[in-house]
Design a protein around this ligand. Structure first.
Ligand SMILES: Nc1ncnc2c1ncn2[C@@H]1O[C@H](COP(=O)(O)OP(=O)(O)OP(=O)(O)O)[C@@H](O)[C@H]1O
Ligand SMILES: [Mg+2]
Length: 264
């Protein structure tokens, strides 16, 4: 796992004090205002539910805040991810970490925002953490339907889609924490949904925020549905043993990159 080796090397370098700008820098800078609700969307079918800019900023969704240097970090990540996806000719990726709190959701959401800022790209961000859904919370959204309602056959998928007030970004939230629903992400209905989303939005990048690899069996069950995996390691927290275990579990999947997220 070349990517993970690089992450380890970078972690060592950062611990010894030689570090550049990382996503963690936002914690030490004054919180500048995010502007996730600053742009009027042009979606006609998708419900518009404007994000709460203050909440999003508190939750470190800063990729659209051009005054925040961390937005630059996500622009670099965007460039690397898009380049890789283009080269591989893929449009679906899952973002996961080894353990809870490694920063998978923060990364997935900021990456989605950053991609949506690129005028050439539209993006769908899907919350597949059905045990503890958090995308809607991070954006400050209060959706009335989530993907689990669709997976339970209770509504049409278009009724679950939300535009958080940003052009080119659509969110498919998970609505409520229902432990028994977690397995749904590795169900045939989920596989069919991914296929349908890919066909319906063939020019759209789809980012799935999935539970941590080492802590939920359903993540591995879901991964065959996507074409690439972005792995998030947490500086000062993810251990070498965890990285080895994650690398082992991911050996049959296309890892498009590993992101070393800031320390706790
Ligand atoms: N680079 C960072 N610097 C400082 N805090 C961060 C950073 N990345 C994430 N966080 C914070 O760490 C917490 C966990 O992040 P996040 O929710 O993205 O993790 P996760 O891997 O999705 O966790 P879970 O497994 O619970 O879904 C959040 O409070 C988030 O704001
Ligand atoms: Mg998460």
């Amino acid at each position: 796992m070349e990517h993970i080796e690089k992450a380890l090397a970078r972690a060592r370098e950062m611990r010894s004090g030689h570090r550049g700008s990382t996503a963690n820098d936002s914690a030490r800078r004054p919180n500048t205002q995010a502007s996730v609700h600053g742009v009027m969307p042009d979606y006609t079918e998708t419900a518009v539910l404007p994000a709460n800019a203050r909440k999003a900023s508190e939750e470190r969704l800063v990729a659209d805040d051009l005054r925040n240097p961390v937005a630059d970090v996500y622009r670099v990540l965007r460039a690397q991810v898009l380049q890789r996806m283009k080269k591989l000719d893929i449009s679906t990726i899952a973002v996961t970490g080894a353990s809870h709190g490694d920063g998978a959701t923060t990364t997935a959401a900021n990456l989605a925002i950053s991609i949506a800022l690129d005028v050439n790209q539209t993006v769908l961000l899907v919350d597949l953490n059905l045990r503890e859904p958090s995308i809607h919370r991070k954006f400050g959204l209060t959706p009335t339907k989530g993907i689990e309602n669709y997976l339970h056959g209770e509504c049409d998928i278009k009724d679950c889609l939300v535009n958080p007030g940003m052009r080119r970004l659509v969110v498919l939230p998970a609505f409520a924490s229902k432990g028994e629903s977690a397995e749904l992400i590795s169900s045939p209905r989920m596989a069919a949904l991914v296929r349908e989303l890919r066909n319906r939005y063939h020019d759209r990048i789809i980012i799935f925020d999935v539970p941590p690899l080492l802590e939920s069996g359903e993540t591995l069950g879901f991964l065959p549905n996507v074409e690439g995996v972005l792995f998030v390691a947490r500086s000062g927290h993810t251990t070498k043993t965890e990285l080895d275990r994650a690398a082992d579990l991911l050996r049959n999947y296309q890892v498009i990159g590993t992101l070393l997220n800031g320390s706790r």
